[in-house]
Design a protein around this ligand. Sequence first.
Ligand code: ADP
Ligand code: MG
Length: 203
Amino acid sequence: MTEKHPKFERTFVIIKPDGVQRSLVGEIIKRFEQVGLKLAAMKMLVPTPEQIEKHYTLDPEWRRVTGEKTIKGYLSKGLKPPSEDPLEITAKILANLKKYLASGPVVAMVLQGAHAVQIVRKLVGGTEPLTSDVGSIRGDFVLDSYQMSDPDNRAVRNLIHASGSPKEANDEISHWFSKVDLVDYKLVQDHILYDVNLDGLLE
Ligand code: ADP
Ligand code: MG
């Protein structure tokens, strides 16, 4: 077999300073665990502005995509975006993200399991808490919006970062963790999640 089994997919998550300050670390990790994902690495740190800028610009498209997404968010609510230029918007967002994420300790982790990237994004919810689905982490625990954050020239506080694609996940995992920090191990529940025949359950 050349392709790795989907159960080996990994994603990268940061619980941002507001998540730590609001004592939601346990609640957030619980949601990832209860769906069947397992922790492959975890640490607490205060990130530097340089680490944060590098993190967001690992994907050369991030500046354009994030600016465009923000403009769309404004237009869909019938509001005027702060600028028509996506890159101008993202430059501001990035500067504010550096202040936001470096403001206190964060918890960085790697989660592993089938469709880890997509499943975690689903549990996390859309970027702007105002419109994140009910039941998602951002939808359930935050009330922020661009309308609130942009006039105050700050990042929208949405508790979590989660990788957007397996490629982004790989790049982010190697940015934040060394190879030796990543642990390969079996969980007892892996059997019930992934075993083809479920044999070996009965005595
Ligand atoms: P996501 O975290 O959902 O992947 P992005 O990668 O687009 O979202 O943006 C990174 C982070 O930048 C967001 O989580 C949020 O904290 C902040 N952000 C994005 N767009 C805006 C905006 N228009 N105004 C304020 N903060 C923003
Ligand atoms: Mg993103």
